[in-house]
Design a protein around this ligand. Structure first.
Ligand SMILES: Cc1cc2nc3c(=O)[nH]c(=O)nc-3n(C[C@H](O)[C@H](O)[C@H](O)COP(=O)(O)OP(=O)(O)OC[C@H]3O[C@@H](n4cnc5c(N)ncnc54)[C@H](O)[C@@H]3O)c2cc1C
Length: 406
């Protein structure tokens, strides 16, 4: 009898998982159920080239419609999976339909953390996760003169850069004492603050937003220290929450993400999970991780597909991430938490190209590479192989990255 694999979420992970399933020779049906209107699309451009107008919505699809058809991959869009019945191996859809599965993949992603503040319902208050969010922001940008971004993380800063490049006056409000506090070192954060200020973005740190005000539409942001910022467009980027409720209600193990092993398997042998929604072990760092990035999503989806087909493909890659702002192409490899030494290569105070290396007990554990693709590639390999590195060579611009290792 033909088997059925159901994938929940027409997501980035799903776009990889379904083709990996065919590569693993899954002969059965594949049905992707997504609550958005679109087949899987790239989210990263939403805060970058999509907002700046360099890419249109129909250029964001990860794969064209025709390719899914060719591989017999069916979609049910604008349809939500309301619950999973593990006993009967079925899912209940928002349409009322009940579908049976033999294997189930949870690729439910994450959603923006919302600020429940007075005025949060005003027109002009936006979050940025989906194409539809991006389109709303874009149409507001057409008439906006001033924008406030709440949150100085990567999405907030990328959005600030895109809006600024179109001539909108942008103010970023960050609660912490610096931008990028959760994700990078003070040195790299200070660099980004400098560049944004050089580009004309106003950055206010140590300010806590307490309310939004306006007559039906956002007009100003109020902070707890009494300061106020006029705006006609507000974008909030204060982190994400993994979509785990469905898994939790079905009795799957969850803890800051759906718990999976290194093969993307949940505690149910017929259910895997991949992408932003998972909390998974990383053998290299010896810890559980919940990552929020495309490379994680793609690699984990491949492991999930293998597990569905009864094969074992261990997911154990070094995390990496990128961010584009202005002419800055940042690539981050590894996890810098717990570093005991920071080494800089390049002039971070006067140029727009440098590397911040993070070391622990003399070993490289992470690197932030700004406009430095060669160093990024080398660091990826050195971190994976736990190679000892020579500090003087890391710093010396005359030493080729190929010679970093001792
Ligand atoms: C603006 C922005 C910029 C980004 N920039 C970068 C970047 O530069 N580099 C990088 O590496 N990463 C970036 N990311 C993160 C990256 O896009 C995510 O890590 C990735 O999209 C996660 O993919 P996913 O498959 O886990 O989930 P998603 O692609 O988010 O998809 C999950 C889907 O599942 C749907 N869903 C959830 N529950 C249900 C249900 N019950 N029924 C049906 N459907 C459901 C959701 O609505 C959603 O459509 C960015 C993200 C955003 C939003």
């Amino acid at each position: 009898m033909t088997q059925t694999c159901i994938v929940i979420g027409a997501s980035h992970a799903a776009a990889q998982l379904v083709f990996s399933l065919r590569q693993e020779e899954w002969q059965g049906k594949i049905i992707v159920i997504g609550d958005e209107a679109s087949i899987p699309y790239h989210h990263p451009p939403l805060s970058k080239t999509f907002l700046s107008g360099d890419k249109a919505a129909d250029e964001l699809f990860i794969r064209p419609h025709a390719l899914y058809e060719k591989h017999n991959i069916d979609f049910k869009l604008e349809t939500r999976v309301e619950s999973i019945n593990r006993a009967s191996k079925s899912v209940i859809l928002s349409s009322g339909e009940i579908l049976k599965y033999d294997k189930l993949a949870l690729c439910t992603g994450s959603r923006p953390r919302q600020l429940a503040l007075p005025g949060a319902e005003l027109i002009g208050v936006h979050y940025l996760r989906t194409i539809s969010d991006g389109e709303s922001i874009k149409s507001a940008m057409a008439t906006a003169k001033e924008a406030v971004i709440v949150g100085g993380g990567y999405i907030g800063l990328e959005t600030a850069a895109s809006l600024n490049s179109l001539g909108i006056e942008v103010t970023v409000l960050e609660m912490e004492s610096r931008v990028l506090a959760r994700v990078t070192s003070p040195e790299v954060a200070q660099f980004y603050s400098r560049v944004h200020q050089e580009e004309g973005v106003v950055i206010k740190t140590g300010v806590t937003v307490s309310a939004f005000e306006g007559k039906g539409k956002i007009e100003r942001v109020i902070c707890s220290d009494g300061s106020q910022f006029n705006t006609d467009l507000l974008v909030i980027g204060v982190g994400i929450i993994p979509n785990i409720e469905l898994a939790d209600a079905a009795g799957l193990e969850v803890d800051n993400g759906i718990l999976v092993d290194e093969y993307a398997r949940t505690n149910d042998p017929d259910i895997v999970a991949a992408g932003d929604c998972t909390n998974h072990p990383n053998a290299h760092y010896g810890q559980q991780l919940r990552l929020e990035c495309v490379p994680n999503t793609l690699e984990q989806a491949k492991s999930a597909a293998a597990s569905i087909c009864g094969n074992e493909k261990e997911y154990n890659t070094i995390p990496w991430f990128w961010s584009d702002q202005y002419d800055l192409k940042l690539k981050i490899v590894g996890l810098s938490q717990g570093f005991d030494q920071l080494v800089i290569r390049g002039d971070k105070d006067n140029s727009r190209s440098f590397v911040a290396f993070y070391l622990k007990s003399g070993k490289l554990i992470a690197a932030d590479c700004i406009n430095r693709p060669q160093e990024f590639m080398v660091c990826k390999r050195l971190i994976a192989t736990r190679s000892a590195v020579d500090l003087a060579r890391l710093q010396d611009e005359n030493t080729s990255p190929k010679d970093f290792a001792i």
